[in-house]
Design a protein around this ligand. Structure first.
Ligand code: 5AD
Ligand code: SF4
Length: 454
């Protein structure tokens, strides 16, 4: 009997097929990769399950960014061992960055049957088929070309409002602390027409928010018949529908161009938010991190953003306790945070990653207690800055895209402002996926408490 072709963008419900269970760790890019994996496996005859007990294939799509991310996954692999004892014949696979970094070391656990790096997902069906107890399968070849451009991701999000589109893969920066260039390979941009096709498909299927993803979106460059840079791509995607919001991540301070900022200003549906990881406020640390910008450069970019889009939300990533970081370097980070006035931040302790430039060149010499103390100071300062930023919004009105039910009160919705702040409010008669006009009545450092404007 011929296989029916299922092109739908939501997971296929077909309990008659062998089931696949997928767990995702790490960044948004990995979430989108899991959706690509599901398309490939669905086309090969599988259907998704969220019940691990009925799966014949279990995949963990993993992250290596910090040691604690990997430790968590090792813990999970031990749980898969128990699952395998209960269900003979299931295939356990590790995909993603940890697969690429650890390669056959993962097989030593005697739990993992399959190891597939980020550029090998097209081969997953054959690899799964070829697994036997004595022949685990491994493919960790990185590619210069693979962008999965022709593969329509099967969207696994619950609410059908917000989706990711990967516009590029890999990374050509060599930030000295970072494992990503080794796990995801060289940078390559995806054909803009395939990106547009995906954006239109999402819009037609009721999605209201698209986030364009790349390790460094500002260096997106398609060298086809007509060259397209990131500003050009952003504009093309913004024109798909005024009802669909566009976000993007991640911008690199050395590469974010005036053209991108000005394009944002021209389209109301390009959200007023930039995630601009600074990592440190100390020039000495930035140099050692090989970030290729200075504190002054970074603050100039912030001023430019604010001069073109005064209301723009700004978030960042910060690493505490990088190699050789002095008390003064740390204070420079605190003062930069104050000057930039970040609305929110992801904050981490430095975690040495084997094989990176920093691991080879610089001792990881900041004691754990000092890293923790500095990180806590950074978090405390950011909490204050976030509260100040949110307080400035009290009394203001925002157009919010409803994307879920509030966690603290099931009677209320939650959604985001264009500046990427979370709002909670009650809105009888509204549904997830609707836009609502709200007025902020009070706030915490994490949330704007709001009421519907009639
Ligand atoms: N240790 C701690 N944080 C790291 N990041 C990347 N590599 C490391 C590391 N080795 C952080 C950076 C990056 C974010 C995704 O993770 O802040 O922007
Ligand atoms: Fe994403 Fe980086 Fe983690 Fe890989 S290592 S999953 S690119 S966060």
């Amino acid at each position: 009997m011929a296989e029916t072709i299922h092109n739908g963008i939501r997971p296929l419900e077909d309990p008659g097929r062998p089931r696949i269970y997928i767990e995702t760790y790490g960044c948004q890019m990995n979430v989108n990769d899991s959706e690509v994996i599901l398309r490939i496996m669905q086309d090969a005859g599988y259907s998704l399950t969220d019940n691990i007990g009925e799966a014949s294939v279990i995949l963990a799509n993993t992250c290596s960014i910090r040691d604690n991310a990997e430790q968590r996954i090792w813990g999970r692999i031990e749980q898969f061992r128990l699952q395998k004892r209960r269900q003979a014949g299931i295939v356990v696979g590790i995909t993603g960055c940890m697969a690429e970094r650890l390669k056959d070391k993962l097989l030593e656990s005697h739990v993992v049957d399959l190891v597939a790096g980020p550029d090998s997902y097209r081969n997953l069906p054959e690899m799964v088929k070829a697994v036997t107890p004595d022949s685990p399968q491994i493919n960790v070849l990185l590619s210069q070309e693979e962008t999965y451009a022709d593969i329509s991701p099967v969207r696994m999000d619950k609410n059908g409002v917000s989706a990711f589109i990967s516009i590029m893969r890999g990374c050509n920066n060599v930030c000295s602390y970072c494992v990503v260039p080794y796990t995801r390979g060289a940078e390559r941009s995806r054909d803009p027409q395939s990106i547009l096709r995906e954006a239109k498909e999402l819009a037609e299927n009721g999605y209201r928010e698209i986030t364009l993803l790349g390790q460094n979106v500002d260096s997106y460059l398609w060298k086809g018949e007509h060259e397209v840079n990131f500003a050009g791509l952003l504009e093309m995607v913004a024109q798909v529908s005024p009802e669909v919001r566009i976000r993007f991540s991640t911008s690199h301070p050395k590469d974010i161009s005036d053209e991108v900022i000005e394009t944002m200003a021209r389209y109301e549906n390009i959200c007023r938010h930039i995630h601009l990881p600074v990592q440190s406020g100390s020039n000495a640390m930035l140099e050692k991190m090989r970030r290729k910008y200075t504190r002054e450069w970074y603050l100039e970019r912030v001023r430019k953003i604010r001069s073109v889009i005064p209301e723009c939300g700004l978030s960042t990533d910060i690493i505490a306790g990088f190699c050789g970081e002095t008390g003064q370097d740390h204070r420079d980070t605190l003062s930069l945070m104050e000057e930039a006035g970040f609305d929110s931040a992801f904050m981490f302790q430095y975690s040495e990653r084997p094989g990176t430039l920093a691991a080879r060149k610089y001792p990881d010499d900041i004691p754990l207690e000092v890293k923790t103390e500095r990180l806590n100071e950074i978090i405390a300062l950011q909490n204050r800055l976030s509260l100040e930023s949110n307080s400035r919004d009290v009394g203001k009105r925002f157009k919010v895209l409803i994307d879920g039910i509030s966690k603290r009160n099931e009677e209320e919705f939650c959604g985001r402002t264009t500046t990427n702040k979370v709002c909670v409010f009650s809105a009888p008669g509204y549904s997830i996926g609707d836009y609502a006009e709200v007025e902020v009545t009070s706030c915490t450092s994490a949330t704007l408490l709001s009421k519907l404007v009639k």
